[in-house]
Design a protein around this ligand. Sequence first.
Ligand code: FAD
Length: 538
Amino acid sequence: MDANPSGGVGDATPRTTRSSAPSSASARDELAQRVTELLVKHRWATVVPIVLPLSKGYDLVWRFRNVWMRNRQRAAHRHDERVRSVQSQIAAWNAAGRPGPLVTSRKSWQSVAVRALDYKKTSYGIEVDLHDVLEIDLERHVVRLEPRVNMGQLTALLAPMGLTVPVVPELDDLTAGGLLLGYGIESTSHRHGLFADTVLAAELVLADGSVVTCSRTERPDLFHALPWSYGALGFLTALELPLLPCKPFVRMTYEPVFGTDAIARRFEELVCSGDAPDHVEGLLYDRDRAVLLHGDFSDGPGGASDEPVDPIGRWYKPWFYKHVETALSRGAFTEYLPVRHWYHRHTRSLYWHGELLVPFGNHPLFRHTLGWLMPPKVSFMRLTQTKRIREYRDARNVVQDGLVPMRHLREGIDVFHELFECYPLWLCAHKTFRTKPPGMLQPSPDAGDDEMFVDIGAWQVPRKVRRGESWNGRDAVRKMEAWLRARNGVQCLYAVTEQTREEFWQMFDPTLYHEARRRYGAEGAFLDVFDKVKRPGR
Ligand SMILES: Cc1cc2nc3c(=O)[nH]c(=O)nc-3n(C[C@H](O)[C@H](O)[C@H](O)COP(=O)(O)OP(=O)(O)OC[C@H]3O[C@@H](n4cnc5c(N)ncnc54)[C@H](O)[C@@H]3O)c2cc1C
């Protein structure tokens, strides 16, 4: 991989030239631009001494809080009380004549999404602080959660009990509510679909303050309208997920594949075969060099097996995508990974974003001394960056995922290369189901009851930027969006969409979303999904 050793996106930045008689405003601008370049180029100077310790401290406080609430405060028993608090806030909003659209009062910086959530400033915030696992029902094999339970919290509770949920999106901080109402995917999604497809039931507070539940059989219109709605239908207060037995290890094979055709063909073969492995993931290190990861849950090495156990999640171990990359030179290999290490394999290095924040973060010296502090919290990174830094970074970075039917993967690799040329490029397959009634994302019209899709994820500095060539990020994203629309694909909405409202509703099916908004009184009450995810000012 051609990572810029300084992580210096700023290296490629054309400097502002000084005019012969600069006005004081342009001199101030130039100074601000230079300071921004410096701050971005040496991001580690704030990340390592400030953001990392803050992140670790925050994590420890929350870990302690979760154990305390579960064991001492019996938080689960107070769920109804917390829901009543949401209801009474909505009653106050209704009584005040509905002053502004409803949103959660969760601070903009606390979300993992990369968008600036400017709409929060002009909306009416309701505190929906619901952080607890409510019930683990071993008879029904169901876990009931509040929406702000995150994936790290959930697997820490379930894995020691030999249990898991079908889809565990990798980053510890992703919340169950955000994953249902937005999107969530993982290496098991070729079997189970997106996170939302695995949800059994949901509980919401609507705009009139009533509490309703929904599932595939109870209010299916509301239930199937939830995924991708981004909170536009009501406040989610609980959800249920199925519990599956979970073995302590994953036996993982790292298979290098060379040539774009071969990569696309092999990936499709792996996920679409009748006996597909439990987990499949692909990392492309260039358009024609990839490592495909595939493996099954396992009890661990037994008998004469000489395949090692590799605790890849420990703080001193190489970052996971770097470890995977070694398969390109050493050839295929197989090892056993402790199951939570596998689930959260990309957390420590924030996939490959960590190298932009701490360019020496994968150096053995850093790993063995300060590696335990990683990763910086995405939310604290957001908190410590100014609007100018965000704009500067946005113009030189791509953070986008496109979901398209698997048959377009080969073409998609070329499209992403032409538009972004940034590596690693992430591949993760997911089954898309035709629901009744149909929601915002559906299989292609000519497909059957389900269709295999692939998520192509580009999150890096494009090589053009690294080479100092001009690159228009907004234009590239618009081209990606047009390509997705033409292929029955969709863009993931944690990122900014450059589409117009009309284009957005060509990409997603609007029918059920709008019907459910009307039927459940959300119109004029909750902020519309497009208004949340659009480029501000569009
Ligand atoms: C750095 C990064 C890494 C990521 N990694 C992964 C990954 O590994 N796997 C993956 O699948 N996805 C990943 N994503 C995308 C992620 O799935 C989405 O951002 C997702 O929506 C979850 O984010 P969140 O928990 O921060 O939810 P939020 O962004 O907080 O919530 C999503 C939306 O739902 C609304 N909402 C949340 N809770 C409620 C509620 N109780 N009631 C009503 N509305 C509510 C929010 O207002 C918001 O509009 C990543 C995104 C980023 C930026």
